[in-house]
Ligand binder design. Structure first.
Ligand SMILES: C[S@@+](CC[C@H](N)C(=O)[O-])C[C@H]1O[C@@H](n2cnc3c(N)ncnc32)[C@H](O)[C@@H]1O
Length: 752
């Protein structure tokens, strides 16, 4: 793990609007969060400058101190980026009156919910005690926010779990209209901030502003060829911008307004840059490995230099500088790269530096880097160094958001609604009480739950009275939300293969007053054999957790390529089982939501695409979540389903939420012609997975599967049976079992 990752964990920044960008930034040094389009209206947002007195709640007092040190350090360096991470600098609290007014103002439209049921009834007390036991020291292999728990009586912990909301999707206010942004105190606040920034830039109220080069060095400063090109490129960009807005250029600023490139080069250079004689100065190599040649151009370290650097010990400031140089070059490779150097050489150096600076293993650093333009990737890595804001979900089975907000405000909590997109979410900025141990928490009035974790439940949109399966549900953040959305009607099967984790799952279900939930402990791949025919299925899949690195830094180093392969294999099996557990003739549903708290394409689009190919009766449909980025339709050499854009991705650096992926699938009845190839696939999948994962003894008898009417994906013909039997034997043999003939071994966790 790199030094940086060991160093500090700064305080959570407020939720921030998406800094969506259509193109990579020219430079990572100046990054300003901009919002655009629908995302601007709906993204999670930060407090305005005007009320920037809040500080996102941090339950660890040490964190604050460390954070200040870090901010100072970053400021003193070149500041890799700060756009998406801008935090309110001021501190302080609202007065009680202000807080109350705010809480009342934001929530008058809140969904009906079931009202306040009072504190937990006597028979829930035991469950509450169990729950706390379960929450302490909870393992979180899935790395979902719902799993990162720490609620304790000391109050220093925050449990991240899932969310609920009541009512249907419409009641959740998912349809955002363009004029809504002003209504939301958070959205509006951020927009104001951005607008004022824009206004600064465009000052002059329509009058032609003189062409100004940004941040020019003092006259006489020596500029390298690369720097000169950069300034010229920037000047050209500004010129084009001004012209496109109908401005004419001042002749003082530039002779020959439409001059050739060459002209501009020299004119801008003469006028503003005053290239001076090269002088001997501190640019000279000091052995710091962020070297420049005698023209000041950055040069990549040689192998020997890298070795020497490793031997000497990494200087983080040097590494940071070098990352910025490389990112800069990669963002305008044609103009800025040195002759003879390839893009991959720069990328390779960047990967090494990311590993050294942030503490990732090379495999993961490279995979994550591939997701974004280089400058944006650094923003992502930076965002992973900061905690996400604390958010809670109102349990509408027990209370209303406005009442909850009021109660918490009375306890000294500073909070605000999460945003228009959720009627049950609250963002906690400051709290003088442990937010995971208030009376309201104990009484199940809310769940500590990361904002991203709301999304799959909103997407699944279960209806009252339906049969729903949550295939991997512990510790229950999402399943308790589903239960509330269904207003405690119908039935929700809350499954998890990890028996230990079902303890906290049950405890949360009791605490939240969910009476329509059945807890079960099967390997998800045992569905639909165990039970099928669901109106909707949620698969919040076990994953690598690359979206929640800020909560679990061990993810940076604990996943190898092989681990990822095994994981994606499991995910592919699970998604097929989820699909096959759906009642394709459901009158009200027929949906699967697949989600992960990983941002890796292999665990996200690739898994969904695989399922779509294997199940021709399934198609992608809109998630109903209006913000976030679209899923990748293509990624590197891979081409995915043309509708993959309907899937959603959110990132820490764009929305200040955990990285998350979700896709919604509609499962239709299969045509007879679609049945054949599936049997073989399914059988192979199940056997192979048992090999790959080792922890599950899984072998499904084709004759038993498909016990749920049209879920009969295991229907087979003679040829299939033969193949299945063979494969079963092969798998068992590999696992050291004596191959059984025609016998089904019961999966782990499945009661025979
Ligand atoms: C991302 S977490 C689920 C979080 C949960 N949905 C929530 O909101 O609280 C993934 C879960 O999958 C479970 N899991 C792992 N492998 C599984 C399998 N083969 N079948 C079912 N559950 C599995 C893990 O025990 C873990 O609890």
């Amino acid at each position: 793990m790199g030094r940086r990752s060991k160093q500090k964990q700064p305080p959570p920044a407020p939720l921030f609007p998406d800094a969506s960008r259509s193109a990579p930034r020219k430079s990572p040094k100046v990054v300003k969060a901009k919002t655009s389009g629908a995302e601007e209206l709906t993204a999670l947002t930060a407090p305005s400058k005007s009320n920037g007195k809040r500080k996102a709640v941090d339950l660890d007092p040490e964190v604050d101190e460390r954070a200040r040190g870090k901010v100072a350090k970053v400021k003193s360096g070149l500041g890799v980026q700060r756009g998406a991470a801008k935090t309110s600098k001021g501190k302080g609290k609202f007065t009680g009156k202000e807080q109350i007014e705010r809480s009342i103002a934001f929530d008058s439209e809140d969904e009906a919910g079931d009202g306040f049921d009072g504190l937990s009834s006597g028979d829930e007390e035991e469950a509450l005690a169990d729950e706390f036991e379960g929450l302490d020291g909870e393992e979180h292999d899935g790395k979902d926010e719902a799993e990162v728990e720490g609620a304790s009586s000391s109050g220093s912990g925050v449990e991240y779990s899932d969310e609920d909301a009541s009512d249907d999707q419409a009641a959740l206010g998912l349809e955002m209209s363009g004029d809504e942004e002003g209504d939301d105190p958070l959205v509006g606040a951020q927009d104001e901030e951005d607008e004022s920034d824009d206004a600064d830039e465009e000052e002059g109220d329509g009058e032609a502003a003189p062409l100004q080069l940004p941040e020019l060095p003092p006259k006489g400063t020596k500029l390298s060829e690369r720097q000169r090109k950069k300034y010229i490129a920037e000047a050209e960009r500004l010129e084009l911008l001004l012209k496109s807005q109908g401005h004419t250029l001042d002749s003082d600023d530039q002779d020959g307004e439409e001059g050739s490139e060459g002209d501009e080069d020299s004119e801008v250079g003469d006028e503003n840059l005053e290239l001076s004689e090269v002088t001997e100065d501190e640019d000279e190599s000091d052995g710091s490995f962020a070297e420049e040649d005698d023209e000041g151009d950055f040069i990549l370290p040689t192998l020997e230099e890298r070795d020497a650097e490793s031997a000497k010990g990494v200087d983080l400031q040097v590494v940071q500088l070098r990352m910025q140089e490389v990112v800069n070059i990669l963002s305008d490779f044609k103009n800025l790269a040195r002759d003879g150097r390839s893009r991959s050489e720069y990328t390779e150096q960047l990967v090494l530096d990311i590993c050294a600076y942030y503490g990732y293993n090379a495999f993961l650093a490279e995979r994550l880097l591939q997701l974004f333009p280089a400058a944006e990737a650094l923003e992502f890595f930076e965002a992973n160094e900061r905690p996400r804001p604390v958010t809670i979900r109102t349990n509408t089975l027990r209370t209303r958001r406005r009442d909850l907000a009021q109660a918490l405000i009375n306890r000294g909590v500073t909070l605000e609604p999460l945003g228009k997109w959720s009627k049950v979410g609250l963002q906690v900025f400051e709290s003088s009480v442990p937010i995971g141990a208030t009376a309201e928490y104990l009484a199940g009035h809310y769940m500590l739950q990361a904002a991203s974790s709301f999304l799959p439940c909103i997407a699944l949109a279960p209806q009252p009275g339906e049969r729903v399966l949550d295939m991997a549900s512990a510790p229950g953040g999402k399943v308790t939300y589903l239960s509330a959305l269904m207003q405690n009607t119908g039935v929700v099967f809350a499954n998890d293969s990890n028996k230990a984790r079902t303890k906290s799952l049950s405890a949360n279900i009791h605490r939240m007053g969910c009476k329509n939930v059945v807890v079960c402990n099967y390997d998800g791949r045992a569905f639909p054999k165990v039970i099928g025919g669901f109106d909707r299925v949620m698969l919040d899949s076990p994953c690598s957790g690359t979206g929640v690195i800020s909560k679990d830094a061990s993810v940076k180093t604990n996943k190898s390529e092989r681990d990822l392969q095994l994981l994606t294999h499991l995910q592919k099996q699970l998604i097929l089982c989820a699909i096959d557990s759906v009642n394709t003739r459901s009158a009200t549903g027929g949906y699967v939501v697949y989600s992960t708290c990983s941002v890796l394409v292999d665990e996200d689009e690739a898994v969904v695409d695989y399922a779509l190919k294997k199940r021709p009766n399934v198609k992608l449909v809109p998630t109903g979540v209006e913000f976030g980025r679209e899923g990748f339709k293509a990624f590197r050499d891979k081409r995915f389903d043309p509708k993959m854009n309907l899937a959603k991705r959110v990132y820490p650096h764009t929305h200040n939420v955990d990285g998350f992926f979700l896709a919604k699938l509609k499962v239709s009845p299969r045509q007879p012609s679609q049945k054949s190839g599936e049997v073989r696939m399914m059988e192979d999948e199940v056997s192979a997975s048992a090999d790959a994962n080792g922890d599950v003894s899984m072998s499904i008898d084709a004759n038993d599967a498909g016990a749920t009417g049209d879920q009969s994906l295991f229907e087979e013909n003679e040829e299939d049976s033969e193949m299945i039997a063979k494969s079963q034997r092969r798998a068992e043999k590999k696992r050291g079992f004596k191959p059984s003939i025609g016998k089904t071994r019961v999966p782990h966790g499945v009661s025979a």
